[in-house]
Design a protein around this ligand. Sequence first.
Ligand code: DGJ
Length: 727
Amino acid sequence: MGIQYYEKNRVFKLDTPKSTYMIGIVDEENFIGHIYYGKTIIDTDMRYLMRSEEIVPSKNNRDRVSFMDSLPMEFSTHGIGDFRESCLSVKTKSGHSACSLSYVSHEIYKGKPLLQDLPATFGDEKDCTTLELTCEDKSLQLRIVLVYTVFEALDVIARSVRVVNVSKEAIYLTKVLSACLDMDNKDFDMLTLYGLWSKERMINRKRITDGKQMISSLRGVSSHQEQPFMAILEPDANEDQGEVFGLNLVYSGNFMAQAEITQFNMLRTAIGINSVDFSWKLETGESFTAPEVVLVYSSEGIGGMTRTYHDLYRNHLIRGEYKDKKRPILINNWEATYFDFDTDKLLSIAEEASKVGIEMLVIDDGWFGTRNDDNCALGDWVVNENKIKGGLKHLTEEVNKLGMKLGIWFEPEMISPDSDLYRAHPDYAIQIAGRTGALARNQLVLDISRKEVRDAIYCSLSKILTDANIEYVKWDMNRALTDLGSICLAEDRQGELYHRYVLGLYELQERLTHDFPHILLENCSSGGGRFDPGMLYYSPQIWCSDDTDAIERLRIQEGTALIYPLSSMGSHIADCPSHSNGRSTPFSTRGYVALAGTFGYELDITKIPKEDRDMIPEQVAMYHKYNDLVRNGNYYRIASYHDNHEYDCYGVVSKDGKEALITYIQVSARPNYRTRRVYLKGLLKDTIYRIEETGEELSGGALMYAGINIANMWGDYLGKLIHIVAI
Ligand code: DGJ
């Protein structure tokens, strides 16, 4: 394991438990070529894979362009004959864009560096080894440092890039992706997550065909529509076997990820910040760091990739007091009251909730300024005492007296044109002088690339958080960025705004989590519009979707859990008929589905049917019984109703393999049917387990290879939990 440099052959070999990644220095010009990524290989010289000699008939008379256009590259550059997607492109003062990289030096060390101003996975000297490959373009005097960190216990390689201007004049970076990955095409498939508001992260698998297939965001957020994630799959890879290469960008703004089949039947995958509307002026001596991309290799199919991402993100990305802790069961008043609430209403909800074991009340949108609908007041983070009579401190004390915590909603990045903040500082909004900016949800976006804007917002937020005993914050963000313009950026720096916005966001959340470490932070963006690893670095959980219908949630949560741990998925039991689609599902089923995430309630507990309310103590007990397992265990997709149209089934198995919880939801009942055979996963084959509900005792082998029978239930949308424990 670790990283070795074989000097004679000029080869770097990066080994994780089950994968090998190889880089070679090619030719007298010291190009950085990509040799291999895949299953562990013991050989140290496989330079033949780069075919560099095939393309260079003679050293003195070579066809330079065809060489550059076919050499598998570690970090492709623009304008020098590699016509595939480039990772790096520049504009010099004289207007030129060509750039070429040659190896200069390297360093291998234990541990993992922090990324300047950016979220990233972390690990200490026993977890990680890092290679820093320094390259340069001599004529531009640009230094590029390619950083690779290998995690010793996981099949993960984290890559990032640092560009340093060592010349005497400024240079503009017009594109800096985080990585490309070149390999021979094996008729690969690609796996991505697409969606829309209220239907985020739908799994999409398709064959990669000739040309370029790209996913991207230009919304200023990672988006509901696409995830900064792409996996490359061998054509016969499935849930349990076959090679899968995952790429996930630790970034929350505009991105692109692309798979490209080239003329020589090679695949180039590239991922990073979207270069549309991007440009960065790098002054002499300055550096620019591109976000980290997390490569995961799995030879155990898509499920193997999922479990590696979960382990990595749980242990090496998510931080803070709640990293490894059970989260309080909350009740959020959004779907209960929307904007129509006051202290009495909130306390009546809290009182009922406290009786059944709910642990925290979260006041959603509408407690501040004059906000009684979504037309106004964003930015005015002062308590509306007409609604919150006696103020937040009083409300918190009353809620605390009930034995509950209090949480609160903010949308710190926004400003309503109808707000005191806008009236005082219209220039705080992102805007282009002379152009009327587009409103979305009647709001504009604050220019948080500016420190004074961040300071003003942070000051009003922290006052609220200091004045009352607030123990949870929901940080919402409800519109995409448009009409990009910042009054504080010079003409030739306007292209920096999208990225500076994201850096401003990260700086704000770093401040908040640093100053209020006891607060549980949940990110949110119109539901799940910014559910990405960047945000997970600051908040251990993210609201998954505004669609709270349990059946829709099955697919949303399945897609989310493709990469992100169950412990990070904000999931609530909501009212019925569902506010999302009018569907009614049993209260018990809503509980089973919410159990796969953070688990909470979002309904008016004072109004729901008595039989539902009576079920809550049982659900609360179920959460306390299973949450350690759900938060920490290995997650297995067993069946998806998206594929079979009838039922959904997934399991979580404890790390020692001795306990498992299977969730089975019968989405659509079948006539004339007795039992369905379901094959469990991830158990110890020779261990005997007892099925808690029936008392049956069977080996892990029987449960996995022969399966269990699940009786057909009478009706749609019914579910059950199957808890099995080794004896
Ligand atoms: C969008 C969020 O996803 C909802 O949960 C809720 O907080 C609303 N915003 C409030 O405006």
